[in-house]
Design a binder for this molecule. Structure first.
Ligand code: NAP
Length: 605
């Protein structure tokens, strides 16, 4: 006879394979929305949290602890669900073609949201009004809804999640796909409200209300430049929810759990706890609340390894003895400390890879929660989320020509300023250009390629860049944008920023597609990009960038680089491009430089 565990494992593996095939079809253009979308879908931890927050603990000594943990878990998961879908939709709404922009679109989302809210309120009011006097709401609902209905709700939701992710394979279908996934979440959550274990809705309603307000505020107000930090915070909340649900289950059944469940539970709380603190550190580094540089100290690896060994031994001990012991909580606390130690030594610039890895861990914690509660939909979404995070981190590493080990333990980008200065001195002179001279050059250009990079995000120059592009198009110039897969600090970072500035996505060209066109370009305008244009990646075997595919800017007829100084980029190495005879540097903040350039161009008319 096939056991529940075996079925769960089959589902986990199959969902992973399915996820792999769907996610590899998502174009780099949509990688940042993908991260945010899998985040939102992983908020399915909400279904487990709802059951924990609404269960009856009257027979459990100090059962209020379980309710309190459930309440926090509901709040965290609801924040992720609401915030995740909202921000994904905000991003996807930006990806439009020139025709779609011209046609405009009625903002139907609020009406749709209002409609769903009205239906839910009406159904809730009807149920409340028809409830026999004195009967608890939970009892009434369970009597009217067969448990099978819940299972079918989950199957339906899982299908909608998979189809939703599949929608991300093209900007044309991405929004409707995410709409479907959001509806899948809605069906799963509403179905769970009829779960036979739920007897009270008070704490569920409170947690959901707080989560909806916090998530809604984040979803509507977070600027696109802060998406990396938001993603990290959302992983942190999702992992905390998984960890707390695990702790609550242990508290409730301590001493009464079988070994299989205990193994899954150990895994859930350990991964959940370390992902929680690790993601918080990642967010703090990206928000510059903590120093961005790698913080290293003597004996760091030994300490981390020793801690990990203690955690692993504790987990095995707990499973073997099945004992009810306070040592479980020590293990959870140590896992949190381990999460801190894991991320603190990594530089802020490497955070995107770390965030994608933590995304993957968060998915695994969710799947483990699914095994503990034997909830198949959590196993499916956890597996999808885990696969997506793992694939994205691999793609990023490949695009940077680095291994994951190098990112995690390599303290990359720490070449000293003296080394850079010495390298630069031996290469010759750089040519400066003013905004006025640049405007004159643009007068005769027929073919321009704009190369955005991290500096564009720092300067928030995307709107100025888009305005320049529009002016060039109005003048009949063929202007395109060259997008490197790891330009900026998130996969697809540049696509999101330019989409935010209303650049139609058909003008955004991926690296392989645009590289053959550089020799035809009269001007390659490099806006705050550095490493992704460095020819050393092709020519200098000793460069840390060697092997990384680059945008072949050096082949353009003229190159104009917008940056503030000769300081290196993320990799910490000097850029050979700046010493080319056809390369000119327009020093200054990218936004200021483009604004000056636009006004000079207008004054030349
Ligand atoms: P980059 O190599 O980090 O260079 C950014 C440049 O922008 C700097 O040289 C800086 O020079 C300039 N800059 C900063 N602020 C500016 C401002 N306000 N105005 C004008 N210029 C400004 O960036 P990139 O070319 O986009 O390359 C991305 C790097 O990040 C790659 O090495 C990639 O491997 C790495 N990375 C990317 C990802 C990802 O997913 N996208 C993930 C991890 C790592 P000044 O200081 O002189 O102005």
């Amino acid at each position: 006879m096939t056991t529940e565990l075996e079925i769960g494992l089959y589902i986990f593996m199959l969902a992973g394979f399915l996820g792999y095939h769907i996610i590899t079809r998502v174009p780099p253009l949509l990688h940042t929305p993908l991260m945010s979308a899998t985040n939102a879908i992983a908020a399915i931890s909400l279904v487990g949290s709802l059951v924990v927050a609404g269960s009856d603990y009257s027979a459990v000594p100090n059962g209020w602890v379980c309710t309190a943990l459930g309440l926090i878990a509901v709040t965290c998961s609801a924040t992720n669900a609401v915030g995740g879908f909202l921000i994904t939709d905000r991003m996807l709404r930006m990806f439009r073609t020139a025709d779609q922009r011209a046609a405009g679109r009625r903002p139907v989302e609020l009406q749709a949201f209002g409609g769903v809210l009205a239906i839910v309120t009406a159904v809730a009011a009807l149920l409340y009004a028809t409830r026999p006097a004195g009967m608890a709401m939970g009892e009434y609902l369970h009597g009217h809804v067969a448990p099978e209905a819940l299972r079918y709700c989950y199957i339906l939701s899982a299908g909608m999640f998979v189809l939703g992710l599949k929608g991300l394979s093209s900007p044309k279908t991405a929004r409707s796909g995410m709409g479907l996934a959001a509806f899948g979440m809605f069906v799963a959550v509403v179905g769970t409200l009829f779960h036979p274990h739920i007897v009270t809705y008070r704490w569920i309603a409170l947690g959901f209300a707080i989560g909806a307000v916090v998530g809604g505020t984040m979803g509507f107000s977070i600027p696109m430049t802060a998406v990396p930090q938001r993603t990290a915070i959302s992983h942190s909340l999702g992992a905390l929810a998984a960890c707390l649900v695990g702790v609550s289950e242990y508290f409730r059944y301590q001493g009464g759990l079988d070994r299989v469940t205990l193994t899954a539970l150990d895994f859930e709380v350990i991964i959940g706890a370390l992902t929680f603190t690790g993601s918080l550190i990642a967010a703090a580094k990206l928000q510059e609340l903590l120093p961005g540089r790698p913080i290293t100290y003597r004996g760091q690896n030994i300490l981390s390894l020793a801690l990990l060994s203690v955690i692993a031994v504790s987990a095995v001990y707990l499973v073997l003895t099945q004992a009810a012991t306070a040592f479980f909580y020590v293990m959870v606390s140590l896992s949190m400390v381990f999460g801190l130690l894991l991320v603190i030594p990594i530089g802020a610039a490497d955070m995107p890879v770390v965030i994608a890895l933590l995304n993957s861990y968060g998915g695994l914690a969710d799947a483990a929660m699914g095994f503990v509660l034997m909830n198949k939909i959590q196993i499916i979404t956890g597996s999808l989320d885990g696969t997506s995070g793992f694939l994205l981190s691999l793609l990023m590493c490949r695009a940077m020509n680095r291994s994951a080990t190098n990112v995690l333990f390599g303290a990359f980008g720490t070449v000293s300023e003296d080394e850079v200065a010495a390298a630069a001195a031996s290469k010759g002179t750089v040519r400066n250009i003013t905004a006025e001279e640049t405007a004159v050059l643009f007068e005769t250009a027929r073919n321009v390629i704009v190369v955005p990079g991290y500096g564009m995000a720092v300067a928030q120059a995307q709107h100025a860049v888009a305005e320049l592009g529009n002016i060039l198009h109005e003048r009949g110039v063929d202007a395109k944008y060259a997008i490197h897969p790891v330009a900026g600090r998130m996969p697809g970072h540049m696509n999101v920023l330019l989409a935010e500035a209303n650049v139609p996505y058909e003008q955004l060209c991926e690296m392989e597609a645009i590289n053959p066109y550089f020799p035809e370009a009269d001007i390659a305008l490099v806006v705050g990009a550095n490493d992704v244009t460095n020819p050393a990646a092709k020519t200098n075997k000793s460069s840390p960038l060697f092997g990384m595919p680059i945008l072949e800017v050096a082949r353009a007829k003229s190159i104009i680089v917008l940056k503030r100084s000769m300081r290196p980029g993320f990799a910490g190495v000097d850029n050979d491009l700046y010493y080319n005879e056809n390369c000119m540097m327009l020093f200054g903040d990218a936004k200021d430089s483009i604004t000056r350039l636009i006004s000079e161009m207008k004054s030349l008319l």
